[in-house]
Design a protein around this ligand. Structure first.
Ligand SMILES: Nc1ncnc2c1ncn2[C@@H]1O[C@H](COP(=O)(O)OP(=O)(O)O)[C@@H](O)[C@H]1O
Ligand SMILES: [Mg+2]
Length: 225
Protein backbone atom coordinates (compact mmCIF):
# COMPACT_ATOMS: atom_id res chain seq x y z
CA UNK A 1 0.00 0.00 0.00
CA UNK A 2 1.44 3.36 -0.95
CA UNK A 3 0.47 6.34 1.11
CA UNK A 4 1.27 10.01 0.75
CA UNK A 5 4.55 10.99 2.32
CA UNK A 6 3.87 14.21 4.20
CA UNK A 7 7.19 14.72 5.94
CA UNK A 8 10.50 13.36 4.76
CA UNK A 9 13.55 13.81 6.94
CA UNK A 10 17.06 12.75 5.98
CA UNK A 11 19.99 12.65 8.37
CA UNK A 12 18.62 15.35 10.68
CA UNK A 13 21.05 16.63 13.25
CA UNK A 14 20.89 19.19 15.99
CA UNK A 15 23.88 20.15 18.04
CA UNK A 16 24.00 22.50 20.97
CA UNK A 17 27.03 24.06 22.56
CA UNK A 18 27.23 23.80 26.30
CA UNK A 19 30.39 25.67 27.23
CA UNK A 20 33.20 23.86 25.46
CA UNK A 21 31.10 20.72 25.12
CA UNK A 22 29.07 19.82 22.06
CA UNK A 23 25.70 18.19 22.78
CA UNK A 24 24.35 16.08 19.93
CA UNK A 25 20.66 16.31 20.79
CA UNK A 26 19.65 14.63 17.52
CA UNK A 27 22.36 12.71 15.75
CA UNK A 28 21.38 11.67 12.22
CA UNK A 29 17.72 10.68 12.07
CA UNK A 30 15.95 9.80 8.81
CA UNK A 31 12.25 9.01 8.57
CA UNK A 32 9.09 9.51 6.55
CA UNK A 33 5.70 10.41 7.95
CA UNK A 34 2.68 9.30 5.94
CA UNK A 35 -0.97 10.29 5.92
CA UNK A 36 -3.25 8.29 8.18
CA UNK A 37 -0.43 6.83 10.23
CA UNK A 38 0.19 7.06 13.94
CA UNK A 39 3.83 7.21 14.97
CA UNK A 40 5.08 7.21 18.54
CA UNK A 41 8.55 8.38 19.51
CA UNK A 42 9.71 6.90 22.78
CA UNK A 43 12.97 7.01 24.72
CA UNK A 44 14.51 8.15 27.98
CA UNK A 45 14.45 11.73 29.18
CA UNK A 46 17.06 13.86 27.42
CA UNK A 47 17.36 11.47 24.46
CA UNK A 48 16.33 14.10 21.90
CA UNK A 49 12.63 13.38 21.42
CA UNK A 50 11.39 16.95 21.76
CA UNK A 51 14.21 18.33 19.65
CA UNK A 52 13.39 15.83 16.89
CA UNK A 53 9.65 16.53 17.08
CA UNK A 54 10.23 20.29 16.91
CA UNK A 55 12.44 19.93 13.84
CA UNK A 56 9.91 17.64 12.14
CA UNK A 57 7.27 20.25 12.96
CA UNK A 58 9.27 23.18 11.52
CA UNK A 59 9.44 24.75 14.96
CA UNK A 60 13.20 24.41 15.21
CA UNK A 61 15.97 24.51 12.60
CA UNK A 62 18.22 21.47 12.19
CA UNK A 63 21.97 21.99 12.33
CA UNK A 64 22.19 19.82 9.21
CA UNK A 65 20.14 17.37 7.19
CA UNK A 66 17.19 17.68 4.84
CA UNK A 67 13.54 18.25 5.64
CA UNK A 68 10.73 18.16 3.12
CA UNK A 69 7.14 18.93 4.00
CA UNK A 70 4.47 18.20 1.40
CA UNK A 71 7.27 17.72 -1.13
CA UNK A 72 8.63 21.20 -0.49
CA UNK A 73 12.21 21.62 0.68
CA UNK A 74 12.06 23.41 4.03
CA UNK A 75 15.60 22.74 5.13
CA UNK A 76 18.55 21.39 3.15
CA UNK A 77 21.80 22.54 4.66
CA UNK A 78 20.33 25.93 5.38
CA UNK A 79 16.82 27.27 5.78
CA UNK A 80 15.24 27.23 2.36
CA UNK A 81 12.12 29.22 3.13
CA UNK A 82 11.75 32.76 4.42
CA UNK A 83 9.95 33.07 7.77
CA UNK A 84 6.66 34.12 6.17
CA UNK A 85 6.49 31.02 4.00
CA UNK A 86 7.57 28.82 6.87
CA UNK A 87 4.68 30.21 8.90
CA UNK A 88 2.33 29.21 6.09
CA UNK A 89 3.76 25.68 6.02
CA UNK A 90 3.18 25.43 9.78
CA UNK A 91 -0.41 26.62 9.48
CA UNK A 92 -1.21 24.57 6.40
CA UNK A 93 0.27 21.25 7.52
CA UNK A 94 0.45 21.11 11.27
CA UNK A 95 -1.54 21.12 14.44
CA UNK A 96 0.49 21.27 17.64
CA UNK A 97 -0.41 19.82 21.02
CA UNK A 98 1.81 20.12 24.07
CA UNK A 99 1.87 18.54 27.48
CA UNK A 100 1.04 21.90 29.05
CA UNK A 101 -2.11 22.80 27.24
CA UNK A 102 -1.32 26.50 26.69
CA UNK A 103 -4.94 27.62 26.60
CA UNK A 104 -5.66 31.34 26.90
CA UNK A 105 -7.22 31.59 30.39
CA UNK A 106 -9.39 34.63 29.63
CA UNK A 107 -10.98 33.13 26.51
CA UNK A 108 -13.83 30.62 26.50
CA UNK A 109 -13.46 27.10 25.11
CA UNK A 110 -15.01 28.13 21.81
CA UNK A 111 -12.82 31.26 21.56
CA UNK A 112 -9.68 29.25 22.30
CA UNK A 113 -10.58 26.76 19.60
CA UNK A 114 -11.31 29.47 17.06
CA UNK A 115 -8.13 31.41 17.76
CA UNK A 116 -5.89 29.83 15.07
CA UNK A 117 -8.69 30.31 12.53
CA UNK A 118 -8.53 34.06 13.04
CA UNK A 119 -4.99 34.05 11.60
CA UNK A 120 -5.50 31.57 8.83
CA UNK A 121 -8.36 29.59 7.44
CA UNK A 122 -7.27 26.69 5.28
CA UNK A 123 -9.21 24.33 3.08
CA UNK A 124 -10.42 21.30 4.93
CA UNK A 125 -10.61 23.21 8.21
CA UNK A 126 -13.02 21.95 10.83
CA UNK A 127 -16.25 23.52 11.84
CA UNK A 128 -15.72 24.58 15.49
CA UNK A 129 -18.97 23.00 16.69
CA UNK A 130 -18.26 19.77 14.84
CA UNK A 131 -14.79 19.50 16.33
CA UNK A 132 -16.10 20.25 19.83
CA UNK A 133 -18.66 17.51 19.41
CA UNK A 134 -16.08 15.04 18.16
CA UNK A 135 -13.97 15.73 21.22
CA UNK A 136 -16.91 15.67 23.62
CA UNK A 137 -16.50 19.25 24.81
CA UNK A 138 -19.51 20.82 23.07
CA UNK A 139 -21.27 21.33 26.40
CA UNK A 140 -18.25 23.31 27.61
CA UNK A 141 -18.29 25.84 24.81
CA UNK A 142 -18.85 28.91 27.05
CA UNK A 143 -16.63 27.80 29.91
CA UNK A 144 -13.23 29.22 30.74
CA UNK A 145 -10.21 26.87 30.83
CA UNK A 146 -10.00 27.26 34.63
CA UNK A 147 -13.38 25.59 34.94
CA UNK A 148 -12.31 22.44 33.09
CA UNK A 149 -10.64 19.21 34.13
CA UNK A 150 -7.17 18.37 32.79
CA UNK A 151 -8.62 15.91 30.30
CA UNK A 152 -11.06 18.51 29.04
CA UNK A 153 -8.30 21.11 28.71
CA UNK A 154 -6.25 18.70 26.62
CA UNK A 155 -9.28 18.00 24.43
CA UNK A 156 -9.72 21.75 23.90
CA UNK A 157 -6.04 21.97 22.97
CA UNK A 158 -6.52 19.15 20.45
CA UNK A 159 -9.64 20.82 19.04
CA UNK A 160 -7.67 24.04 18.61
CA UNK A 161 -4.88 22.15 16.87
CA UNK A 162 -7.42 20.65 14.45
CA UNK A 163 -9.38 23.75 13.56
CA UNK A 164 -7.38 24.57 10.44
CA UNK A 165 -7.52 21.01 9.13
CA UNK A 166 -3.89 19.94 9.64
CA UNK A 167 -2.46 16.97 7.81
CA UNK A 168 -0.16 16.21 10.72
CA UNK A 169 -0.96 16.44 14.40
CA UNK A 170 2.22 16.78 16.44
CA UNK A 171 1.93 16.02 20.11
CA UNK A 172 4.67 16.20 22.73
CA UNK A 173 3.60 13.97 25.63
CA UNK A 174 -0.10 14.71 25.15
CA UNK A 175 -1.09 12.59 28.14
CA UNK A 176 1.84 13.66 30.32
CA UNK A 177 -0.43 15.58 32.70
CA UNK A 178 -3.39 13.19 32.63
CA UNK A 179 -4.51 10.18 34.64
CA UNK A 180 -5.01 6.80 32.97
CA UNK A 181 -8.71 7.24 32.25
CA UNK A 182 -8.20 10.65 30.60
CA UNK A 183 -5.22 9.26 28.73
CA UNK A 184 -7.39 6.47 27.39
CA UNK A 185 -9.88 9.06 26.08
CA UNK A 186 -7.11 10.98 24.34
CA UNK A 187 -5.85 7.72 22.82
CA UNK A 188 -9.28 6.97 21.35
CA UNK A 189 -9.53 10.52 19.97
CA UNK A 190 -6.12 10.27 18.31
CA UNK A 191 -7.05 6.89 16.80
CA UNK A 192 -10.23 8.46 15.45
CA UNK A 193 -8.22 11.22 13.79
CA UNK A 194 -5.87 8.71 12.20
CA UNK A 195 -8.83 6.83 10.76
CA UNK A 196 -9.86 10.12 9.15
CA UNK A 197 -6.47 10.35 7.43
CA UNK A 198 -4.63 12.67 9.81
CA UNK A 199 -1.04 11.67 10.53
CA UNK A 200 -0.37 11.67 14.26
CA UNK A 201 3.22 12.03 15.38
CA UNK A 202 3.73 12.02 19.10
CA UNK A 203 6.31 11.73 21.82
CA UNK A 204 5.01 9.69 24.70
CA UNK A 205 6.01 7.93 27.88
CA UNK A 206 2.62 6.26 27.93
CA UNK A 207 3.01 2.62 26.86
CA UNK A 208 -0.71 2.16 26.21
CA UNK A 209 -0.64 5.12 23.86
CA UNK A 210 2.52 3.86 22.15
CA UNK A 211 0.87 0.46 21.65
CA UNK A 212 -1.92 2.15 19.70
CA UNK A 213 0.64 3.52 17.21
CA UNK A 214 1.27 1.95 13.81
CA UNK A 215 4.95 2.57 14.34
CA UNK A 216 7.09 3.07 17.43
CA UNK A 217 10.46 4.76 17.03
CA UNK A 218 12.86 4.43 19.89
CA UNK A 219 15.41 7.18 20.30
CA UNK A 220 18.46 7.00 22.52
CA UNK A 221 21.25 9.58 22.67
CA UNK A 222 19.79 11.30 19.62
CA UNK A 223 19.79 8.19 17.45
CA UNK A 224 16.98 6.01 16.30
CA UNK A 225 17.00 2.34 17.24
N1 LIG B 1 17.97 24.80 23.88
C1 LIG B 1 18.87 23.90 24.27
N2 LIG B 1 20.14 24.26 24.58
C2 LIG B 1 21.06 23.36 24.97
N3 LIG B 1 20.81 22.04 25.09
C3 LIG B 1 19.58 21.62 24.81
C4 LIG B 1 18.53 22.51 24.39
N4 LIG B 1 17.40 21.79 24.17
C5 LIG B 1 17.70 20.51 24.45
N5 LIG B 1 19.01 20.40 24.82
C6 LIG B 1 19.71 19.16 25.19
O1 LIG B 1 19.50 18.25 24.13
C7 LIG B 1 19.27 16.94 24.64
C8 LIG B 1 17.91 16.43 24.17
O2 LIG B 1 16.88 17.19 24.76
P1 LIG B 1 15.32 16.95 24.44
O3 LIG B 1 15.13 16.93 22.98
O4 LIG B 1 14.56 17.94 25.22
O5 LIG B 1 15.11 15.47 25.03
P2 LIG B 1 13.77 14.70 25.46
O6 LIG B 1 12.61 15.41 24.88
O7 LIG B 1 13.96 13.31 24.92
O8 LIG B 1 13.74 14.70 26.96
C9 LIG B 1 19.40 17.04 26.15
O9 LIG B 1 20.73 16.73 26.49
C10 LIG B 1 19.10 18.50 26.40
O10 LIG B 1 19.73 18.93 27.60
MG1 LIG C 1 10.86 16.21 25.78
Amino acid sequence: MTKDILISAKDLRKTYRRGSEEVRAVDGVSLDIKAGEMTAIIGPSGSGKTTLLNMLGCLDNPTSGTLRVGGELVFGGHRELPEGELTLVRRRFYGYVFQKFYLVPTLTVLENIMLPGTFYRGEGGWNPREVMKLLGIDRREDHLPGELSGGEMQRVAIARALINGPKVLLADEPTGNLDSRRSEEIKEILKGLVSRGVAVLMVTHNLELAKAADRVLEIRDGRMH
